[in-house]
Design a binder for this molecule. Structure first.
Ligand SMILES: Cc1cc2nc3c(=O)[nH]c(=O)nc-3n(C[C@H](O)[C@H](O)[C@H](O)COP(=O)(O)O)c2cc1C
Length: 340
């Protein structure tokens, strides 16, 4: 049997499979179910400063393909809508009951140092293993100067990451937004700010469809809609490319990556790790199929590694990233002319 234990951004985990910050990691009840099923870690649903935000009721849209559900999921859910103290008490309890699992807390607060210091003290008191800075949400919070509004400006990414690292010893993962032209810039900024790793991708700005009778974008509330965040199998190629960009960039070489985006099975996960990720996170596939998909993920990865003779994840991590080359080199290979 291969050894699936690993360290992701300095945080030990019994396996590389983490639940991403989203509805499956929003409360004690769900995280306990996740750990019972076998998930190695969770990133708790993003916390903010009270008063809690109010979510809209109709917040999901699906893109199907050839009648099959579903190629992609769109949501305009915001961060947690539960009080901070309730979440913190549950995080403390879950970490006490599951000491061998990774419990990372996702955070999104306004861009001022006092708020960051305040929430970091609170998270430290829970015994959590690390924090993930949510610089990724493309909807709702970005209009309030948070989420992707920070992630799209490398200077802000670096500044807030530095505040966090100066004010806490907790490992810090910076979650990046894909709603940007070149993912390497915010990744470099996270590294410059002292991040222990990056996670990507958060969701992609999207409108899933239009109701042609009411002429409203979907999902709609009283005839009105807004853009949401796209995720699920459809976004995997985008996430895989962005992962490879960071893994190959000389300026971020070796920066730990927790990969996210359309991962549904062991093979998807192995692909991201072969592209350089230390571990992976999953949201949509859990919402679609349930927590128990992790059983197949663990078993499948184990069998494949045994078959290939890989004893640990490091034995194959990053191998495919070495074979991603800039386009002009492929042309040279095809023409056989190394001097072209
Ligand atoms: C309903 C929903 C809510 C989400 N909420 C958060 C959140 O609070 N914080 C966050 O960092 N990402 C959030 N995400 C994004 C996911 O963590 C993840 O980055 C994204 O869905 C891509 O992974 P997937 O393709 O496995 O779903 C949310 C996604 C969905 C679908």
């Amino acid at each position: 049997m291969a050894d699936l234990s690993c360290t992701i951004a300095g945080i030990p985990s019994p396996n590389p499979f983490w639940v991403a910050s989203a509805p499956p990691s929003d409360k004690y009840y769900n995280v306990d179910r996740a750990f019972r099923a076998g998930w190695g870690g969770v990133v708790w649903k993003t916390l903010g400063i009270d008063p809690p935000i109010v979510n809209v009721t109709s917040r999901y849209g699906s893109v199907n393909l050839n009648g099959q559900k579903m190629m992609g999921l769109n949501n305009n859910e915001l961060i947690t809508d539960r009080p901070l103290e309730v979440n913190l008490a549950e995080i403390k309890q879950i970490k006490e009951e599951w000491p061998d699992r990774a419990v990372v807390v996702s955070l999104m607060v306004p861009c001022n140092q006092n708020d960051w210091e305040y929430i970091l003290r609170k998270v430290e008191d829970t015994g959590a293993d690390g924090v993930e800075l949510n610089f990724g949400c493309p909807h709702g919070m970005s209009e309030r100067g948070m989420g992707a509004a920070v992630g799209q400006v490398p200077d802000y990414v670096e500044m807030v990451t530095r505040w966090v690292k100066e004010n806490s010893d907790l490992p810090c993962i910076v979650k990046l937004t894909p709603n940007i032209t070149d993912i390497r810039y915010p990744a470099r900024a996270a590294k410059a700010g002292g991040a222990d790793g990056v996670s990507l991708i958060n969701t992609i700005s999207s409108i899933v469809s239009v109701d042609l009778d009411s002429m409203s974008p979907e999902p709609s509330i009283e005839g009105k809609g807004t853009h949401g965040g796209y995720c699920g199998p459809a976004v995997k190629p985008i996430a895989l490319n962005m992962t490879s960009e960071i893994a190959r960039d000389p300026e971020t070489l070796g920066l730990p990556i927790s990969a996210i985006g359309g991962i549904s099975n062991w093979k998807d996960a192995a692909e991201f790790m072969s592209m350089g990720a230390e571990g992976v996170q999953v949201c949509t596939a859990i919402m679609h199929y349930g927590f128990r998909i992790v059983e197949d993920m663990i078993e499948g990865l184990n069998h494949w590694m045994d078959e290939k003779g890989y004893e640990k994840i490091e034995d194959f991590r990053g191998m495919a990233a070495k074979n991603v080359v800039d386009w002009q080199y492929l042309r040279r290979l095809a023409s056989g002319d190394q001097n072209e």
